[in-house]
Design a protein around this ligand. Structure first.
Ligand SMILES: Cc1cc2nc3c(=O)[nH]c(=O)nc-3n(C[C@H](O)[C@H](O)[C@H](O)COP(=O)(O)OP(=O)(O)OC[C@H]3O[C@@H](n4cnc5c(N)ncnc54)[C@H](O)[C@@H]3O)c2cc1C
Ligand SMILES: NC(=O)c1ccc[n+]([C@@H]2O[C@H](COP(=O)([O-])OP(=O)(O)OC[C@H]3O[C@@H](n4cnc5c(N)ncnc54)[C@H](OP(=O)(O)O)[C@@H]3O)[C@@H](O)[C@H]2O)c1
Length: 383
């Protein structure tokens, strides 16, 4: 297992510049989303990780958006500006690599408001109207604010001082060094949505999957997975893994690790996506794990293959009696993926199973889950 020293070889200030080995669309034929499997080389780097960790990636902004901002402000891009780390660089490079040019900082709103005279967002800037201001900003980007007031002019240095620092994005490692030495794999869903007449893309998910090639350096380092860890291989504790969508990533790493270390104890995987025929990520791998006993049970939920939505928590409830049996045998329950909708619904289903199959009142089920949490038998890595 890698020690803290080898993990801290690389960090935010000194990232590894890794290169992609390959990329493969996992959602071929699905109109609703693009989710990619990426393989990145660590050869010769010394970077190590444990399943349950995440890879922090420092992305670059979309060059088309960079050029649109430069031209809408009347700049050339060759102006010298400070970076957030107080170094000097060209404006084009700074707003490609160092600053957020999607989500606007409130400082930019304020500055445009002051220069333009009252803007349409003037009243929303009162301290008691934070919710309305956030509603106004939802789906609006720096370019929308600049285009709303083309008469407003900035000095280049003044402009970058109104932007936030571009930060890393985390991706759960989807492979194990025990099985794939010198590589780290990721499962990345491209964030894409339309707002105010424009198609917008998430900075890092689109950079990693659509804008780089296999020669592009990817600045990255490992962030440890705070307790999202497997039991020791000789420990017979069963594990239940619940990972819809990209939430599957750490469980692919878990299963690779368990196969490579001949782990004891049963394993049950819940996976959910939109359609079985176009979104059954890593299907062949699960089949081979089922065949060799690395995985004992796979339960899937395809949300849009029928009229009513079927999600993993529906499948947990359907298999409630068996689920409860595993929990009573001391299973660790891991959940990874969407924090806003999925994780609370799965949590609710867990309570329902404990109440129904464990014969407990609502309060007793709540206390049981609390105990699972304190004993680290219920672990979540949600985003
Ligand atoms: C521990 C951890 C592990 C993670 N693991 C994975 C993983 O394995 N795979 C994975 O794909 N992701 C994972 N993520 C999420 C990942 O870190 C990024 O948040 C994700 O890829 C989006 O980043 P981005 O730069 O592409 O998008 P950003 O540029 O950050 O854009 C996302 C933002 O766009 C806005 N937005 C999104 N949709 C809409 C909409 N419909 N309307 C208006 N605005 C909208 C929201 O403000 C949202 O915050 C993980 C996150 C954490 C914290
Ligand atoms: N805006 C974007 O373009 C975009 C793109 C990728 C990811 N994301 C965000 O990134 C996170 C992870 O996305 P992802 O691609 O990994 O998968 P996801 O959006 O979480 O979807 C995976 C599966 O979970 C289902 N699901 C939706 N609501 C659920 C719930 N309450 N309980 C259980 N399952 C539920 C989805 O069904 P249905 O979709 O059929 O409801 C789908 O079948 C989410 O927060 C998502 O919003 C956004």
């Amino acid at each position: 297992m890698p020690d803290a020293k080898s993990k801290s070889l690389f960090n935010r200030k000194n990232p590894l510049l890794a290169k992609r080995i390959s990329s493969r669309l996992l959602t071929e034929g699905c109109d609703a989303k693009d989710t990619w499997h990426l393989e990145i080389s660590l050869l010769g780097s010394g970077l190590e990780f444990t399943p349950g960790d995440s890879l922090a990636v420092l992305p670059k902004n979309d060059p088309k958006l960079v050029e649109e901002i430069i031209s809408s402000l009347g700049f050339s891009g060759e102006e010298i500006v400070p970076t957030p780390n107080k170094e000097e660089t060209l404006l084009r490079k700074a707003i490609t690599e160092n600053y957020v040019i999607t989500t606007p900082d409130k400082k930019l709103l304020k500055a445009i408001n002051e220069k333009a005279g009252p803007t349409e967002w003037q009243d929303l800037m009162e301290p008691d109207r934070k919710i309305e201001l956030n509603n106004f900003l939802w789906g609006r980007s720096v370019i929308d604010l600049l285009k709303a007031h083309p008469e407003v002019k900035f000095q280049p240095t003044e402009f970058v001082a109104l932007l936030k620092k571009l930060n890393v994005r985390l991706y759960s490692v989807a492979s194990s060094l025990a099985s794939k030495p010198n590589e780290v794999h990721l499962t990345v869903a491209v964030v894409e949505y339309e707002s105010f007449g424009r198609i917008r893309q998430g900075v890092c998910s689109s950079w990693l999957t659509e804008r780089i090639d296999d020669d592009t350096p990817i600045p990255c380092f490992i962030t440890p997975g705070k307790g999202f860890r497997l039991p020791n291989p000789d420990d017979e504790t069963p594990i239940i893994m619940c990972g819809p969508g990209t939430g599957i990533a750490p469980f692919r790493a878990f299963l690779q690790e368990r196969q490579a270390t001949n782990a004891q104890g049963n394993a049950w995987l819940f996976f959910g996506e939109i359609h079985e025929d176009t979104c059954h990520f890593y299907k062949d791998e699960w089949e081979s794990y089922l065949a060799d006993g690395t995985l004992n049970k796979l339960t899937t939920a395809w949300s849009r293959d029928q009229e009513e939505k079927i999600y993993i928590q529906h499948k947990m409830l359907e298999h409630g009696a068996e689920f409860w049996k595993w929990i009573e045998q001391g299973a660790i329950f891991y959940v990874c993926g969407d924090a806003q909708r999925m994780a609370p619904d799965v949590d609710h289903a867990l309570h329902q199973i404990i109440a129904k199959h464990g014969g407990k009142s609502e309060e007793e089920a709540v206390a049981y889950v609390k105990e699972m949490l304190s004993e680290k038998r219920y672990r979540r890595d949600v985003y």
